[in-house]
Design a protein. Structure first.
Length: 265
């Protein structure tokens, strides 16, 4: 059976986070090895590894936290903090639902372009490439996708924009070819507090089914700032978050780029 995610895919995912100076590499690598040694299916291993990456900034705010169970469900992780057993439920808030599907397609296109470059000469092209596309570029049909893959391949090979690519920026990487979308901050890109409150309400409904052996259960809501579907600049009507009612002992909103954390409860 063909793997849904390859080990190389995950290495590339982790490599992007290595560019973030906040990354605690050693614990992340240790946790990934622990997940690899578990009997989970490959798809579940990938999901768990991606989740623990999102919690990297959380570990900076709570350096004493030690994860004891990385492969459980309901909650996602069990950790130890100040002699307490803490269940941690992790969930991502999607700020741009319409971009989620586009981003998934983009990642597949990037992977195909990476393969072309690596097949030609990995040593020559290794690096992290941040691409910006012209407005109104389409990615929705196979013919256009193939054309875009070639344009991305040529842009990196020539080190200048070609076709759909508006700009290309390269950052050092010692092993692989990694392509991602250029990060751009929109000053008016708000995350509506209602989305956070709706997410909390959904998790509240599942709370009775969580592991009852833990001393406390925390909910960590993450905005994955490396994802174009999850980015935001500010939380709109942030004061509404103070009205939250939940059985979770603590609730946090975390963004993983600069590591900013908001205590909701």
């Amino acid at each position: 059976m063909k793997k849904t995610f390859s080990d190389e895919d995950l290495i590339k995912n982790l490599s992007l986070y290595y560019l973030n100076r906040h990354l605690k590499k050693k614990p992340i690598e240790k946790y990934h090895r622990t997940i690899d040694e578990s009997p989970l299916h490959d798809r579940e291993k990938y999901r768990k590894k991606s989740e623990i990456l999102l919690l990297n900034s959380f570990m900076h705010h709570f350096p004493e936290v030690k994860f004891e169970n990385l492969t459980c469900e309901s909650p996602d992780f069990i950790a130890k903090l100040n002699d307490k057993k803490i269940g941690i439920e992790l969930t991502e808030v999607i700020n741009h639902l319409e971009m989620k599907k586009v981003e998934s397609t983009l990642n597949k296109i990037f992977r195909q372009a990476e393969i072309l470059l690596e097949q030609e000469d990995t040593t020559k092209y290794r690096g992290v490439y941040f691409l910006e596309f012209h407005p109104n570029v389409k990615f929705d049909n196979l013919e256009v996708q193939q054309e875009n893959i070639i344009n991305i391949y040529k842009s990196i090979k020539k080190n200048k924009p070609v076709g759909c690519v508006k700009s290309v920026r390269k950052s050092f990487h010692r092993r692989n070819v990694f392509i991602t979308h250029e990060y751009s901050m929109n000053l008016f890109d708000e995350l509506c507090s209602e989305k956070i409150l709706e997410l909390i309400e959904k998790k509240n409904e599942k709370f009775p089914y969580y592991d009852t052996s833990v001393d406390e259960c925390w909910l960590v809501i993450v905005s994955d700032m490396n994802s174009i579907a999850s980015r935001y600049t500010f939380i709109q009507d942030k004061e509404h978050l103070k009205e939250v009612k939940s059985p979770f002992h603590k609730i946090f909103h975390l963004e993983n780029l600069c590591g900013n954390i908001t205590s909701i409860k």
